[in-house]
Design a protein around this ligand. Structure first.
Ligand SMILES: [Zn+2]
Ligand SMILES: [Zn+2]
Length: 255
C-alpha cells in the first residue's frame, strides 16, 4: 500500500492479472481517504459488499445488533479501553446495513437531525427532558431546515461534532452505561422497522443509532472518523485485503 499526501490518498492492490510475460501484476486503485459519511459508506461497500452477500437481510441486521450488544457488554463491564475499536466495528456494520437496504446514511442523518434536535428544535444543548416538548408546526420547521443543505456537516467528523453540540451537555448527566442502553433501545427499533419492511422507519432508526454512537464517542472522547479509518483503511481488519475474502468461519469484521 502506498500512502501519499499524509494519508489522504492511497493506492491499494485491487486485482492482479497475468501480463504478457506470464508474471502476476497487481493492479492498483487510487482511493481517497473518506471524509463524508457517504464516502465512509462507499468504503464499506468496497471492502465488504461482496463478502456480505452471504448474509440474507435479517442476518445482516442481526450482525449489527450483535455488535451493539457487545458495546453494551463493554459498558456493563466498564471495559472502556475496548470501546474505540468496537464502536468502529459497529459503525462498519451500520454501513453494511445501510448499503444492503439502499439507505443513503448521510441523507438519513440530515433528514432526522437537520442541524437541530428534532424534538425541541434547539440548535445546541437539547432541552428535551424525559418527555419531548410539544411544539406546534414542528414538522413544518423540520421540513424547512432540511432544505438548508449548506448546513449539512457532510463529514463524519462534522456529524459527530453536530451531535456533540446538540447532546453533549444532556448526555453528560447520564452514565456511559445508560448511553449504551439508549443505543441498545434504538437497535430494537431497527429490528422492528426491518421486520415490517418499513424503509422510511428504518432510515429514521438508523439515524438514531448513529446519534447514540456519536453520544458514546463524544462521552468517551473517541474520534469516530479516525477510529474507523484506523481499523478499516480501505482494507478488512482481519484479512487486510481491500476486498475482503474472509471465509464464513472467519466472521469478517468480527473480533
Ligand atoms: Zn431536544
Ligand atoms: Zn476479510
Amino acid at each position: 500500500m502506498t500512502i501519499l499526501r499524509g494519508l489522504f490518498i492511497l493506492e491499494v492492490a485491487h486485482e492482479s492479472h497475468i501480463n504478457s510475460k506470464g508474471a502476476r501484476v497487481a493492479a492498483h486503485k487510487t482511493i481517497i481517504q473518506p471524509q463524508t459519511v457517504r464516502e465512509f459508506q462507499e468504503m464499506n461497500a468496497y471492502i465488504y459488499g461482496k463478502v456480505n452477500e452471504r448474509y440474507d437481510d435479517p442476518d445482516l441486521i442481526l450482525r449489527l445488533l450483535e455488535e451493539i450488544a457487545k458495546i453494551m457488554e463493554i459498558a456493563r463491564k466498564d471495559e472502556l479501553e475496548k470501546l474505540p475499536s468496537q464502536l468502529a466495528r459497529t459503525y462498519s456494520w451500520w454501513n453494511a446495513v445501510g448499503n444492503r437496504f439502499g439507505i443513503d446514511l448521510q441523507e438519513a442523518l440530515w433528514v432526522k437531525y437537520p442541524g437541530v434536535c428534532p424534538y425541541c428544535l434547539r440548535g445546541e444543548n437539547c432541552a428535551c427532558a424525559i418527555e419531548h416538548p410539544v411544539i406546534s408546526d414542528r414538522e413544518k420547521t423540520l421540513r424547512r431546515l432540511r432544505m438548508e443543505r449548506d448546513k449539512d456537516p457532510k463529514t463524519l467528523a462534522g456529524y459527530q461534532a453536530l451531535h456533540k453540540r446538540l447532546y453533549f451537555l444532556q448526555n453528560r448527566r447520564i452514565l456511559v452505561l445508560h448511553t449504551a442502553a439508549h443505543l441498545g433501545e434504538e437497535a430494537g427499533e431497527i429490528s422492528k422497522e426491518a421486520r415490517h419492511h418499513n424503509k422510511k422507519g428504518l432510515e429514521d432508526e438508523m439515524a438514531d443509532v448513529a446519534s447514540w454512537m456519536f453520544a458514546l464517542a463524544n462521552r468517551c472522547r473517541i474520534e469516530l472518523a479516525e477510529e474507523v479509518w484506523r481499523q478499516y483503511p480501505y482494507e478488512c481488519e482481519k484479512c487486510h485485503l481491500a476486498v475482503c475474502t474472509c471465509e464464513c468461519s472467519d466472521s469478517p469484521q468480527a473480533s
